[in-house]
Design a protein around this ligand. Structure first.
Ligand code: NDP
Length: 296
């Protein structure tokens, strides 16, 4: 029997953690605050940013959007990030991607590593890689939660990830090996991709190609995690969102599969908001530690 694991299976558990964090922060008169920088009016970004704002609102966090004009200069952008870095009432800073072509994506590296809720800053990615993470990147975290939901002992699993981006594939590789899975990372230059994906107990796909993965890529009884978000025009001329996995073709062959929409996406948002709370909490813990250190 195929298990279709929607976000509803995972969300209550993360929401509960966030509620506890928000309550404990309240005792210190702190409302965790996420600040999102969006440059220009790229339509999908508007949707993603709104989802983050709505979830903050639902969970009792403060959310502010800094909507900057497309023509903003690199220098002004850096100054803006510096201002947010220096504001103690802000606990998480995100620069929504994609950026206009004249802005160097390395502006993300200007975000203070202690406010880097997306785990985009190299220092934080490096910490993840060596197995001492400061913050867990949201999309890989969402993938991990889904895998763990089906099989709690990751050492039993050979996971194949297709897609090696810095945002998804590479940090997910690090996260999963840190949790004892055996991981293969494939990409567009991988030879014999099907042979490799067919050896997977868990197949994670993050390539940005609509319905690319069909049943001939999959081992019978595999767990399939679909990260892709692709907008396509269907037969009736309407646009719809699909994943990188051809769900209808593949589902019957799997042990468990995540749908798109309604799978990884909402849990990515929840993981991000959890990070805002965790970093706010960490600030207090540091302060308390300093106070304690000065007493003894
Ligand atoms: P990128 O475009 O940065 O990376 C795509 C990766 O897929 C690359 O490593 C590329 O290989 C690989 N790839 C492309 N085509 C193939 C192919 N035919 N066979 C094997 N590998 C291939 O994308 P992202 O990682 O940023 O995003 C991937 C998808 O996930 C997108 O649909 C995106 O919208 C979605 N996404 C969803 C999120 C969520 O919250 N649900 C969050 C982030 C992304 P190479 O390196 O060789 O070019």
């Amino acid at each position: 029997l195929v298990q279709i694991i929607g976000y509803q299976s995972i969300l209550p558990h993360i929401e509960h953690k966030i509620e506890c964090l928000v309550e404990s922060l309240k005792l210190h008169n702190i409302t965790p605050h996420l600040r999102v920088i969006q440059v220009g009016d790229f339509a999908p970004s508007q949707i993603y940013v709104k989802k983050k704002g709505d979830f903050c609102c639902k969970m009792g966090l403060k959310f502010t959007l800094d909507h900057l004009p497309t023509q903003i200069s690199q220098e002004k952008m850096l100054t803006h990030v510096d201002q947010l870095n220096n504001d103690n009432a802000i606990h998480g800073v995100i620069i929504q991607l994609p950026l206009p072509p004249h802005i160097d994506p390395d502006v993300l590296q200007r975000i203070d590593s202690s406010k880097d809720v997306d785990c985009a800053v190299y220092e934080n990615l490096a910490k993840l890689l060596i197995g001492k993470p400061f913050v867990i990147p949201p999309t890989p975290h969402a993938c991990y939660e889904f895998i763990k939901y089906v099989e709690s002992d990751l050492s039993k699993l050979h996971v194949v990830i297709v897609g090696r981006s810095n945002l998804v594939g590479k940090p997910l590789f690090a996260l999963l090996i840190n949790h004892n899975a055996t991981v293969t990372l494939a990409h567009s230059k991988t030879k014999n991709l099907k042979e490799i994906t067919k050896s997977a107990d868990v197949l994670v796909v993050a390539i940005g190609k609509a319905n690319f993965i069909t049943d001939d890529f999959i081992k019978e009884g595999a767990i399939v995690i679909d990260v892709g978000i692709n907008r396509i025009i269907n037969d009736t001329g309407h646009s719809k969102i699909v994943g990188d996995v051809d769900f209808d073709n593949v589902a019957q062959k799997t042990r468990a599969i995540t749908p798109v929409p309604g799978g990884i996406g909402p849990i990515t948002v929840a993981s991000l908001i959890q990070n805002v709370c965790l970093l706010a909490q960490l600030k207090i813990d540091h302060k308390l530690k300093k106070k304690f250190d000065s007493i003894i």
